[in-house]
Design a protein around this ligand. Sequence first.
Ligand SMILES: [Mg+2]
Length: 145
Amino acid sequence: MDETNNSIILKDTFMTDGKTASPLLTEDTKNLIIDIDGVICEDIPNEEPERMPGAYEIPRAKDIINAWYDKGHIITFFTARTEETRKVTETWLKKHGFKYHEVLFNKPRGGHYHYIDNAPIDSTRFEGCFDELLERTKNFPIKNK
Ligand SMILES: [Mg+2]
């Protein structure tokens, strides 16, 4: 049976021996994990939280991310901001009209991320312009088969 959690549809999966495995999204749905500082707004360090309410938006971020949300993809913001900034961060996201499912805080700081998982991973480094990101990653986030 499929499971619905906050409008996220997960399909039950099983190991070849019949044991239950972790459920999966449908094939045409992606878990999009998106940074906040330097990707959807100016890069503000935890040491200057007073700047967070007035952060400027990165152009096109909201339009593109909200379109992914509207297509049914799962939008999770993953930030090195600390849990103490949850209120100011969620208030900013709401004020600026970003659609998302969750915000995860306390991402390790310092960059140079290397992610290890038993699920497939695609990654794209954001280099300041959403239109260039889309150009570099044709058909992102769903590739043609
Ligand atoms: Mg960042």
